[in-house]
Design a protein around this ligand. Structure first.
Ligand SMILES: Cc1ncc(C[n+]2csc(CCOP(=O)(O)OP(=O)(O)O)c2C)c(N)n1
Ligand SMILES: [Mg+2]
Length: 347
């Protein structure tokens, strides 16, 4: 697959795109962000297996370039929203690994005061409007964020992440249709990791591509990007965000990727053919970006190894410190049910 595809309608002509304003030169700081994301996810995996995290965790190991790439082209006043597979997405908006781990470990200093957990990461402070466990439910909410920006008259943009499984949900079609009709500044990013839970997409979607082949139904461009290529994600999403900012309306982007582990921590993913897993492992995003840095001569193997070692040391220290922190005070069980902090029933 080409790194970038863009065409209009069902013709699917693939032409390269250049994004004004997005510098796609390989950069060590972007590798640092990818590595930090990877080691955070690996740490979550370890803590889950140690029985320290209660409730399910859904890791985006192997999908990091999408969250990092999108985060790198957004402004602080832009908003984003996603699914239960949201650790990388909130980190990419500027939340700290400390506050993310606090939330997962049920500590009072967590992003949601330790009361939300892995599937509900939210940080309005960082423009991240939540992780949604009901597949497809947040696409209309993304429209609301984008509509609010339009009402305010500012030029902020909303990015909505979702999985390939969401394209079979009614709310997906309602949201994309309304966004197109109202020209909302929202960029829909489908992380096509080829599976919805334990089912390959070919068993439940009649077209080769879950998202791209639906774009023309809404008068939108067909945009396919290699979601394991950080350069390509930055270039393609950066362009869509810029167009939305200028008032050109929404975009649908399908980012091809693969999760390196199971659907959730409890899933060993034995249903996936070993040769498929091995082929995708060779294309995983950190190897890809590392190779581009070495090819461009901007860093040595030793320097990049040191980035990984430092990130691991930092994450070990963060986890150790957070594990010793206090859980939420039980009296806070009935606070923060509403945005004003209260829990009074209202109708
Ligand atoms: C409306 C709804 N139906 C079913 C489920 C159960 N469920 C949880 S995750 C999932 C698979 C979603 O797959 P996809 O959208 O591709 O996201 P991925 O997990 O691959 O990131 C399903 C069916 C749900 N949470 N919500
Ligand atoms: Mg999926």
């Amino acid at each position: 697959m080409e790194g970038i595809g863009r065409g209009r309608g069902r013709g699917r002509d693939v032409v390269s795109t250049q994004t004004p304003g997005v510098d796609v030169a390989p950069k060590v700081d972007l590798y640092e962000r990818l590595v930090l994301t990877r080691v955070l996810l690996e740490k979550i995996d370890t803590l889950y297996r140690q029985g320290r995290i209660h409730g399910p965790v859904h890791l985006g190991l192997g999908q990091e370039a999408i969250a990092v790439g999108v985060g790198s082209v957004l402004r602080p006043d832009d908003t984003s929203i996603g699914t239960y597979r949201g650790h990388a997405h909130v980190l990419a908006r500027g939340a700290s690994p400390e506050d993310i781990l606090r939330e997962l470990l049920g500590k009072r200093g967590g992003l949601c005061a330790g009361k939300g957990g892995s599937m509900h990461l939210t940080s309005v402070e960082h423009g991240y409007y939540g992780s949604y466990a009901i597949v497809g439910a947040h696409l209309p909410i993304a429209n609301g964020l984008a509509w609010a920006a339009k009402m305010r008259g500012d030029d902020s943009v909303t990015v909505c992440f979702f999985g390939d499984g969401a394209v079979n949900i009614g709310a997906f079609h309602e949201a994309v249709n309304l966004a197109a009709v109202w020209k909302l500044p929202v960029v829909f990013v489908c992380e096509n990791n080829q599976y919805m839970e334990y089912t390959h997409i070919s068993r439940v979607i009649p077209t080769e591509r879950p998202l791209v082949h639906k774009a023309s139904a809404y008068g939108l461009d067909e945009i396919l990007v290699d979601g394991n290529d950080l350069h390509a994600v930055r270039e393609v999403v950066g362009r869509a965000v810029e167009l939305a900012r200028q008032g050109a309306g929404p975009a649908l982007i399908e980012a091809d990727t693969y999760r390196l582990k199971g659907h959730s921590g409890a899933d060993g993913a034995a249903y996936r053919p070993p040769d498929e897993v091995a082929a995708w492992a060779e294309r995983e995003p950190l190897l890809h970006y590392r190779a581009s840095l070495l090819d461009a001569g901007v860093a040595t193997e030793a320097e990049l190894d040191s980035v990984v070692a430092q990130a691991r040391t930092r994450m070990n220290a963060v986890a150790q410190a957070v594990l010793e922190e206090d859980p939420p005070d039980p009296t806070t069980a009935w606070t923060d049910m509403w945005s004003d902090g209260s829990s009074q029933w209202r109708n």
